[in-house]
Write a protein that binds this ligand. Sequence first.
Ligand SMILES: Cc1cc2nc3c(=O)[nH]c(=O)nc-3n(C[C@H](O)[C@H](O)[C@H](O)COP(=O)(O)O)c2cc1C
Length: 183
Amino acid sequence: MTLTSLQPQFDATAFRRALGHVPTSVCVVTTADDDGPTGMTVGSFTSISLDPPLVGFFAGSGSSTLSRIRGAGTFTVSLLNDGQGALCQAFARKGQDPFAGVPLVAGDHAAPRLAEALGWIDCEVDSVVTIGDHDVVVGRVVRLDVPPLPRRPLVFFRGTLCQLDARTVPNQGNWQRDHYAEW
Ligand SMILES: Cc1cc2nc3c(=O)[nH]c(=O)nc-3n(C[C@H](O)[C@H](O)[C@H](O)COP(=O)(O)O)c2cc1C
């Protein structure tokens, strides 16, 4: 019996519930074109490659932001801090302008940066690959800025926005010193 012959023994709810136990960052990906700015909340943002510097996220294939990013060829990732839950919700909602009343900061890039984020990563689209019902958007990083401010990240875990507990895990020995530097 090959793996491909196995049928899933779970439904969409069980899939979502299980994967909800993977804590993710919360970012807003923005772009801008002749129609103005647009953006969406993503929990799938990740680093991919150091040399060349590549990052990426997964966008639902029907995402309107995805098609605008494809057209513009550029996007910016704002890494939300733990006081920006309202922005997470606004950029995950359809039908209302999520930028209304939202302070932006100027960057060299056309795509807007959300003020007070932990940092910003400006990208050019490298490639877009369809996998299942999502597209992987890979970006070449052209600029990044992380202000040296004591802000903490917004985290999504088990369907809830959470704050990171600043305590470190005990009994790490020298693991952190020995291994983290390699990343
Ligand atoms: C915490 C959180 C994380 C999300 N992560 C993603 C994601 O990684 N990819 C995605 O396509 N949608 C994600 N969404 C949902 C989109 O933000 C939402 O569907 C949005 O309305 C898409 O907008 P658009 O279709 O206008 O592009 C997430 C929503 C929340 C609240």
